[in-house]
Design a binder for this molecule. Structure first.
Ligand SMILES: Nc1ncnc2c1ncn2[C@@H]1O[C@H](COP(=O)(O)OP(=O)(O)OP(=O)(O)O)[C@@H](O)[C@H]1O
Length: 715
């Protein structure tokens, strides 16, 4: 099945029936259009993916009376809408089943249930044994005898919950389940590191795994729901479909979001309140992400919550998405119903670009001799070698495009015997898994040989350019008697991979520590923290302490990931460190007091009065920016960084007019803190920041004051 080039997020809305004890409410209605809502909508899977997303194309809508003025009726056109009588089967057949086929075609599909607490999200996704919801029905469909008999389907499951913005593996007993980090691989795919994956061979096997895992989910009683989910749950089904000619890998993410809560109504105690605020915060970030995508913002705040990071692919990424908005009847939920429907209407404008994850299988070529063994776990199909470690027995839940299609990958978590059996199993008629691996090895070899040759050429060129002629050529070292050039290259490859892996590990660790901080800081504080690190880095770079400077510049990057000049600086210093060179930052701009002087006068002061010098040095500009922003309300008061590892962050942040701006370098007595610059006229600072120099720091999208209303129409 061809994947659509773009597909808007599909929206469904479901009004749950009144529960015993709830007062009758006539304010929310599902109005079906000409074609009955929920029974005729289909997923076209075409290039635009749009037909079904044209608001109200079916003429269906949800009408809600304004809680403040009942004479006003808001109407929300939504193609798939379900009233209180709709059955689980109806929803599944109309909106979900078509997406199962899309996933079988090698695409990632994400279905999430959204709505206020007790609106029926868990009922929709999970259901009950007597009335199963989306999840068990999807699994039934996957294991139903396929209409395409020549396909082999393998399914693996992983299951996480995001509880108070921490990720836990629900397949692992809670006492053995540490918080898991969310990471990004080389290809930019987000994944949960160290997540367990369980292969399931039948619906019954799945039920066993799923019910054990679901029992671990954080659930608690509130006044609005006796069994309220206190976490977001994401179940991922990874599909590996093998046909005679191709192997496809699709994914289905089934997301049961925690519901937004009004603490006054839920009657939450302090521990519930903490959960509640984490839930509301993550949902608010979800709203911000949707808003940013809708307004075409340059920065989408995915990183502000684990939930949005993990759902990144479903929101403006390469996944096909379905959002099921659950609505609860009743006056007390009215405002939430309006919020949910507004969210729905905004979300349906989000466009994804689904990608088909498919690999062709060709007839095997005779293999004369097995090529030298490469660690195939590190090799990504169709791309460069993946350097992200894939621990045995575990695999990532998210990420598209570069996942290796290996039975071993799917079978992670299976017993060793099962793994062995699977390894022996042919991946497709005519081509065994070992042969596929051999082919990948050869492809990697060719690529590595090419890169090594390139590197040797570069070294030779460097050597030729060296005037002393004394430097030893690594090329000469390469001539190891008894080793063929190919084997020698593999040796180099291993070293290279090792070094790269270690570097990545360091980066991940550093990234985790920093991202925790980055997550909690406001955009202004992030910029200031970034600047503080840059200033510190600059001081070390001036002292010639390049490795430390590099580390600090990288930390700065965590806070200001979009800063191009900073990235350039990092590359320059990396190069200098790697090649044992000294690094000299571009000269600082002439001081302000010199600006009024004529050229000659300035030269006499030892300052080059060249126009180019108007461009400030990176660190200067950042510091300058800070000094000029006298009306920034928040400021990094103190950055205490010990070069021996001790770190303390003064992230807070004064709201008073008297602000300190200094850095303290703990553990480095010799290091002076940059003195605070005198404040300049505000007008000038605006010029500096808003001039083309402003690309030094691309500020985070400022929170918008005005709210855009889309699709809200008076009936
Ligand atoms: N369509 C429905 N038919 C019958 N009962 C329903 C339906 N939807 C929800 N319910 C019932 O409403 C109650 C609340 O539903 P549920 O727990 O699924 O809400 P939720 O949105 O997941 O809440 P929370 O966010 O607090 O976890 C449950 O008792 C559930 O059985």
């Amino acid at each position: 099945m061809a994947a659509p080039t773009t597909a808007k997020v599909r929206i469904a809305a479901r009004l749950r029936p009144r529960l015993p004890g709830e007062a009758p409410d006539d304010a929310v209605h599902v109005v079906h259009g000409e074609s009955s809502c929920g029974s005729t909508s289909t997923f076209s899977g075409n290039a635009s993916g749009s037909g079904e997303n044209t608001s109200g194309a079916s003429g269906s809508y949800i009408s809600v009376a304004n809680p403040r003025d009942a004479s006003q009726i808001f109407r929300f056109p939504i193609t798939s809408c379900y009233d209180a009588d709709a059955t689980q089967a109806e929803i599944f057949n109309a909106d979900v089943r078509p997406l199962v086929d899309v996933a079988r075609g090698g695409v990632t599909v994400t279905i999430f249930a959204y709505g206020v607490t007790s609106s029926g999200k868990t009922h929709t996704m999970q259901g009950t044994p007597a009335d199963p919801g989306v999840i068990p029905r999807v699994v039934q469909a996957l294991f139903a005898p396929s209409s395409q008999k020549d396909e082999k389907t393998e399914v693996a499951v992983s299951y996480i919950e995001i509880y108070k913005d921490d990720v836990y593996d629900l397949l692992v007993a809670r006492e053995n389940a540490p918080k898991l980090p969310v990471r990004e691989n080389d290809a930019g795919a987000v994944f949960v590191a160290g997540l367990a994956t369980a292969p399931v061979g039948s619906a019954a096997e799945f039920d066993k795994v799923y019910s054990t895992a679901t029992a671990r989910r954080s659930v608690g009683a509130t006044l609005l729901n006796r069994a309220s989910s206190r976490s977001h749950a994401v179940l991922t089904l990874t599909l590996r479909i093998t046909t005679a000619t191709a192997v496809r890998e699709g994914k289905i993410n089934l997301v049961d979001l925690a519901g937004s809560e009004n603490n006054k109504l839920t009657g939450n105690d302090p521990s519930r309140m903490a959960e509640s605020s984490a839930i509301n915060k993550s949902l608010s970030v979800l709203g911000q992400v949707v808003h940013a995508l809708n307004t075409g913002a340059s920065r989408i705040p995915y990183r502000n919550a684990k939930l949005t990071r993990i759902l990144q692919d479903a929101l403006g990424g390469s996944s096909v998405g379905l959002l099921i908005c659950n609505l609860a009847p009743g006056a007390k939920f009215r405002q939430d119903t309006l919020n949910t429907l507004n969210f729905a209407v905004r979300t349906k404008n989000i466009e994804n670009k689904p990608v088909v994850n498919e690999r062709e299988i060709r007839a095997p070529q005779p293999v004369a001799a097995p090529p030298p063994k490469i660690d195939l776990a590190r090799v990504a199909v169709g791309g460069r070698p993946s350097l992200v470690p894939r621990p045995a027995g575990r695999s990532s839940a998210f990420g598209l495009g570069t996942n290796r299609l290996s039975i071993a990958g799917l079978g992670a978590g299976a017993s060793k015997e099962k793994e062995k059996e699977k390894e022996k199993e042919p991946a497709a008629p005519g081509l065994s898994e070992a042969e596929i691996d051999a082919r990948i090895s050869r492809a990697v070899e060719v690529e590595v040989a090419r890169r090594l040759a390139e590197r040797e050429r570069e070294l030779a060129a460097l050597e030729a350019g060296s005037s002393s002629g004394k430097s030893r050529s690594p090329k000469k070292d390469a001539k190891v008697p008894g080793l063929s050039p190919l084997l020698k290259r593999h040796k180099d490859l291993d070293n290279e991979l090792q070094a790269r892996l270690q570097e990545l590990e360091r980066k991940f660790e550093r990234g985790n520590k920093e991202s925790v901080l980055a997550d909690v800081l406001s955009p202004v504080s992030k910029k200031k923290t970034g600047r503080a690190y840059v200033a510190l880095a600059r001081a070390h770079s001036d002292k010639g302490d390049l490795q430390v400077a590099l580390d600090l510049y990288r930390r700065a990057e965590t806070y200001v990931p979009d800063n191009v000049k900073l990235k350039e600086r990092i590359i320059e210093i990396e190069w200098a460190v790697k090649n044992g060179k000294t690094f000299k930052a571009s000269p600082k701009r002439a001081k302000k007091k010199k600006e009024g002087k004529g050229k000659k006068e300035a030269e006499a002061d030892g300052v080059e009065a060249q126009p180019e010098a108007q461009e400030m040095d990176l660190d200067e500009r950042m510091a300058d920016h800070e000094a000029h922003h006298s009306d920034d309300q928040m400021e990094v008061d103190e950055v205490e960084t010990s070069l021996t590892g001790r770190e303390a962050f003064g992230t807070e942040l004064t709201n008073t007019g008297s602000k300190r701006s200094f850095l303290v370098a703990g553990g480095d007595a010799g290091m002076q803190t940059p003195a605070k610059r005198p404040k300049r006229a505000k007008q000038h600072s605006v010029v500096v920041i808003e001039s083309d120099e402003d690309d030094e720091f691309v500020p985070d999208a400022a929170p918008r004051k005005s709210r855009r209303r889309i699709g809200l129409a008076m009936a």
